[in-house]
Design a binder for this molecule. Structure first.
Ligand SMILES: [Cu+2]
Length: 328
């Protein structure tokens, strides 16, 4: 593996800032870390955490995602389509040091997109084909980390179990997005990307019969009421095999957590962005309509989707090999 360059997150304290400037051109992998400023006691001073912003971009191959764009040559049938929704939850964001240690990013609590260690990324703006969405968008994660030397970033796609089975109508933002709430037991859709094919035979075909996997859904899946449309293809990631009724105080356990742990080993937040590529996600699926992946381990269409998200569909655990996220 190529060694990734380090980047510095320094505090605004002069000494640390100078060290970072010097470091940007002259640091090698074996240099020492930038020391935290102030505080003679040696105890960590959490008030001096440095700001960090992680920029994300939704992409369809080489093209930026827009609700007003039409994309072509997607999936196994080289389909042409519009995207109608594009949202995901991310949590447990960590910067990775040169020795592989992880430092959690403390997220800014903004009462809107970020709550505890969770952030909602929302790329759709309710224009064009995105009729069900919200006009607001959020394409970044903001927070603080201790000053130091970092080389990469890791984050989980989804929600922590403790936040995944509440009541979306009462939950604090961004967990109050009912478009992403699935059922009490299953919890939220961690990722929702919906598309609608553009076809010459639009509406005339019988592709709706091509719906294997319907009968495999968890009971009560709210998504099923839009299943079978001959033009649509839905990717809804969430936990599966969940048992328990949180409405009456029961703890929910899910056999398949389905939370990818994304590891991007070379990432500098000052220079790079994290690209989420729909074309890569569905590269081994037929997205010409009449299909979906709703995260059941028995849905054939979820097999390649899970592979490209870095999930073992047999266990619901993270697996190497994701291709959906990359650094640019
Ligand atoms: Cu659905």
């Amino acid at each position: 593996m190529r060694r990734a360059p380090l980047f510095s997150v320094a505090s605004i304290a002069f000494s640390a800032a100078m060290a970072a400037i010097l470091c940007s051109s002259a640091c090698s992998d074996d240099k020492t870390s930038v020391a935290p400023p102030g505080n003679d006691s040696g105890t960590p001073d959490t008030s001096t955490g440095s700001s960090v912003t992680l920029a994300f971009e939704a992409r369809v191959g080489s093209e930026p995602f827009k609700c007003t764009s039409t994309y072509s040559k997607l999936g196994t049938t080289k389909a042409t389509l519009n995207i109608t929704d594009f949202k995901l939850f991310v949590y447990d964001v960590r910067l990775v040091g040169k020795d592989g240690t992880e430092t959690p990013v403390s997220l800014t609590q903004d009462q809107k997109w970020q709550y505890q260690n969770v952030a909602l990324l929302d790329f759709e703006d309710r224009t064009g084909s995105c009729r069900n969405g919200t006009t607001d968008t959020n394409t970044k994660i903001t927070g603080t980390v201790p000053p130091g030397e970092y080389r990469g970033v890791r984050f989980r796609l989804g929600l922590p179990p403790a936040l995944n089975h509440g009541n979306a109508t009462l939950a604090p933002a961004p967990l109050n997005d009912e478009e992403l709430f699935w059922t009490w037991a299953s919890g939220y859709k961690f990722l929702r990307i919906d598309s609608r094919a553009v076809r010459d035979d639009a509406g005339a075909g019988d592709a709706g019969t091509d719906d294997a996997g319907h009968g495999d859904m968890d009971a009560g899946d709210g998504g099923m009421n839009h299943g079978g449309n001959p033009l649509t293809f839905f990717v809804h990631l969430g936990s599966a095999g969940c048992k328990g009724e949180p409405q009456v105080g029961e703890k929910v356990t899910c056999t398949y957590r389905n939370v990818p742990d994304i590891d991007l080993p070379a990432f500098d937040p000052a220079k790079n962005k994290i690209v989420l590529d729909y074309a890569a996600l569905v590269s081994e699926n037929d997205v010409s309509g009449g299909g979906m992946c709703m995260s059941s381990p028995t849905e054939p269409r979820c097999v390649p989707i899970f592979k490209h998200l870095g999930l073992d569909i047999a266990t619901g655990n993270p697996a190497p090999g994701q291709t959906t996220f990359r650094v640019e």
